[in-house]
Structure formats: structure tokens, C-alpha cells
Ligand binder design. Structure first.
Ligand code: CTP
Length: 429
């Protein structure tokens, strides 16, 4: 099988030129370079747009020293090289593209979940250390074999049979993040877990406990970047994987419906936090603290997730038609926007939904038109008094009692006449 045509067709021209330059320079050093990883899979599927966001961050494997090769390429081209000597890897950055060059390596795991010990190896060793057969193929870039598919573990056949298959029985226990990855690919591609892979996956679910919070969280983040993460979440629950991460998690139809709603509402960049807030919506206070600690969730996202549950208990206060906009504002101003959005999606009350949306789309942006300088000119001294006036103006604006600057000035004058014993109005009004 030769994929030269697909490479030429799908890879952006500038990226292709750089790849050819790398492979040419490698040949002079007596080294061979291969494209590896998800791109090979997607090129074979004939749809590289399956790659999230159409990013072409290309993974290359070098049989030889990848760091030296990257440095040499950087010296003779406009690409910038960033080396990780310890891992024998380097990044080449050029325009919008990033190329990861890795020295072909063999990996051994001292204990489950640990980072592997790495020694230089052949391409075949490098492919064998990978997660699934469909991700363990390479495309040769050598001039005498340009586009040649290297497929020692029957990845192409598994692609044709739509199967996710691990490469050896110890794969999930070596690296239990693969349990989450297997389901992510299964759902993204509409594939099935090959029979033995499914059995081993279930057997090794407890190995998830060997994985650090950061790594588990990263896998959840990757799931949340999928087009329809709810399918992955549901399947993880079906397999009993989700419950191993937290016994409070479930992937029922509620999640599916709410994730779908979230997607209709939000820009993709804001979606991951929202998915996290919806994921824990049925949690108890104890459950959330365990979950935040287990996944080492950032301070900001933790705040949004805690706020989600805190606001959930206050929702009855928002279920009244008589609420003034300023009352809605004061009830909600302390909460993270993601928490408010999650509650707007989760609540069954149309009144609550309306009030939360009103805050998110309008009320939180309302500010008085008059600023401190202008108030000073109107005779309001800086300090607590000005703070009070600004608050009154803000409230009046929220409630639609003032709309123009002139309205606000009128209100300031009436306040002065009533409560504020300040100097007479300056003449410039
Ligand atoms: N890989 C692996 N085990 C992991 C993570 C990654 O074997 N735990 C290997 C796979 O061969 C994978 C490659 O490293 O194809 C690159 O990883 P990643 O960037 O996560 O995957 P892509 O296939 O490039 O991207 P995606 O699958 O999301 O399209």
C-alpha cells in the first residue's frame, strides 16, 4: 500500500515541503524518517478532517538521533527547533505548524502507571509501544519508498473491520489512560472494541487507580474536545470505567441531553468547563471535593464546579416572576459564569432559565454611564459617598429606571437634594 497521493493531497503545501526537507537531510545522515500516529490512521480513512480542528501537528519518528536532525533542519530553514534531550525528542515550529520529531524507541514499564523506561529502538519497536493497532502504523518518507505504509500490527485490517485493538495483553495495565482512549476512539470513529481488548479493558479498570490526577484529567479534557463527548461518557459508564474515576459519576441520558444543549449554546472554547460543571451536577458536597482532588482540577475550574452546586441549591430564589433585574443581579454576581450557564442548562424551570440567561447575556454587563470623574464634576466627592452613588446608579440602570446619561445626572441631582449635602451643582452641566 502506498499513501504518497494522500500525503500530497491532504498535507498543506508548506508543511509538506518542510517534511521533505527533513527527510532529505535525514537521508544524508543515513537516517530514515516516518510519519506516525493519528495522521496515518486518518489518511487511510480518507478523511484527515476527522482530526479535531483540522490541526496538522505532525508526528515524525526518526530511526536515529531526532534532536540532532531537528537542529540541523532549523539551521538550514526558517523552522525553529526546541529540543528535549532527555526524551530524544524535538519540536520544529514553522508558521502555524508544529512537527514533533522523536527518536524511535523501545519502552518498558517498571510498574503499572509509571512512566516507561526508554531506550533507542527500531521503527517496529516504536510502533509496538503504542496504544492501538490503528495508531501503530507509519508512512515512510525515504525517497526510495516514499508513501510506503509500514503496518506490522495489522492496523489497516482493523481499520477496515472497524476495530479498536491493543497490541499486547499488558497494554491497559502498563498505561490505563488507554482505557479512556480506547473508548474515545471507539465512539469518535463508530468502531467496536475487539473482543479480547474489551475483556482486558474490563479486567484492567482498577488499574486506573495507578494513573495520576493530571493524566486522568487530561484524558477527560480530550474527551471534551470530541464532537459528541456525551457518547464517550455514556459508554464509559456502561463499561464501569466512569465509576472507577468517581463513584458519584454517571453517564445517563440526562448528561447526554444537557451536553447537547450546552453545545448549541456555547463557543467551543468555553465548552470544556461547562461540560465539567454539568458532569458533576448530581454530586454531593463530599463527592465534588473528592473529584476535584482526584483530578487535581485547577483553582478556577474548581471554583466554577463548586459554584455550580452552590447555585443549584439557591435556584428556588430565582423561581419568582416578581424579581427585579437588580435582585437577579445581586443574587448571581458572585458566581462563575460557567456555573450560571450550567444551571441555566440544567434547570427545568423556564423562569429560572430565563433569569439566569438574562444575567449572562445582559445584566452582568450593565454599568452606569457616569464615571468617577464625571461624578466629581457633578459635586460628588471621591470616597464612600461616590461608591454609594455609583451603586444607586447601577441599580437604577439595571431596573431600567435610568437609561441615558442625562437620566443618570438627574438622579444624581435628586440624590444630592435628598441625602447628599454636597456643594451646589457645578455650572458646566
Ligand atoms: N499514544 C499511545 N499511548 C498514549 C498516547 C499516545 O500509544 N497513551 C500514541 C498513539 O500512537 C497516538 C500517538 O501517540 O496516535 C499520538 O498521540 P495523540 O496526539 O494523543 O493522538 P493522535 O492520534 O495524534 O490524535 P487523535 O487521536 O486525537 O486524533
Amino acid at each position: 500500500m502506498n499513501l504518497a497521493r494522500q500525503i500530497e493531497q491532504y498535507l498543506p503545501r508548506q508543511l509538506l515541503e518542510l517534511v521533505k526537507d527533513i527527510s532529505g537531510q535525514a537521508a544524508k545522515r543515513g537516517q530514515r524518517v516516518y510519519i506516525v500516529g493519528g495522521v496515518v490512521r486518518d489518511l487511510l480513512l480518507g478523511d484527515p478532517s476527522l482530526r479535531s480542528g483540522l490541526r496538522f501537528d505532525l508526528d515524525l519518528v526518526v530511526e536515529g538521533d531526532a534532536v540532532k536532525l531537528a537542529q540541523q533542519v532549523a539551521e538550514t530553514s526558517q523552522a525553529k527547533s526546541l529540543a528535549h534531550h532527555r526524551f530524544g525528542t524535538a519540536k520544529l515550529k514553522y508558521e502555524n505548524f508544529t512537527l514533533d520529531l522523536a527518536t524511535a524507541r523501545r519502552e518498558t514499564y517498571a510498574k503499572p502507571g509509571a512512566l516507561p523506561a526508554v531506550t533507542p529502538g527500531t521503527l517496529k519497536d516504536d510502533l509496538l509501544r503504542r496504544d492501538f493497532s490503528i495508531n501503530a502504523m507509519a508512512i515512510s518518507l525515504a525517497s526510495n519508498d516514499y508513501g510506503g505504509l509500514v503496518d506490522p500490527y495489522q492496523g489497516k485490517s482493523d481499520l477496515e473491520h472497524r476495530l479498536i485493538r491493543i497490541l499486547h495483553p499488558g497494554s491497559f495495565s502498563d498505561d490505563a489512560t488507554r482505557i479512556l482512549r480506547a473508548v474515545r476512539y471507539e465512539q469518535r470513529l463508530g468502531f467496536e472494541l475487539e473482543t479480547q481488548t474489551a475483556q482486558l479493558l474490563k479486567r484492567d479498570i482498577p488499574m486506573l487507580d495507578t494513573i495520576s490526577g493530571d493524566r486522568v484529567r487530561h484524558e477527560l479534557e480530550l474527551i471534551f474536545e470530541e464532537n459528541q463527548p456525551e457518547f464517550v461518557v455514556k459508554r464509559l459508564a456502561e463499561l464501569g470505567v466512569l465509576q472507577r474515576i468517581s463513584p458519584f459519576l454517571n453517564g445517563d441520558g440526562w448528561i447526554a441531553e444537557k451536553f447537547d444543549r450546552a453545545r448549541r449554546l456555547k463557543k467551543p472554547t468555553q465548552l470544556p468547563s461547562l461540560y465539567f460543571c454539568l458532569l458533576i451536577y448530581s454530586f454531593s458536597e463530599r463527592g465534588i471535593e473528592q473529584f476535584l482532588a482526584r483530578l487535581n482540577i485547577s483553582a478556577k475550574l474548581s471554583r466554577a464546579m463548586r459554584d455550580t452546586l452552590r447555585l443549584k441549591t439557591s435556584l428556588p430564589l430565582l423561581d419568582k416572576s416578581s424579581l427585579k433585574p437588580s435582585e437577579i443581579y445581586y443574587l448571581l454576581r458572585e458566581y462563575e459564569p460557567a456555573a450560571i450557564q450550567a444551571n441555566a442548562i440544567a434547570s427545568d424551570s423556564s423562569m429560572v432559565h430565563h433569569h439566569l440567561q438574562l444575567f449572562l447575556t445582559k445584566l452582568r454587563y450593565v454599568r452606569p454611564s457616569l464615571n468617577g470623574e464625571e461624578l466629581k464634576r457633578l459635586g460628588i466627592p471621591a470616597g464612600p459617598e461616590m461608591g454609594q452613588v455609583l451603586q444607586i446608579l447601577h441599580k437604577a440602570k439595571l431596573d431600567g429606571k435610568v437609561s441615558t446619561k442625562a437620566d443618570e445626572k438627574k438622579l444624581v441631582f435628586s440624590l444630592k437634594a435628598l441625602d447628599f449635602h454636597t456643594d451646589p451643582e457645578p455650572s458646566q452641566e
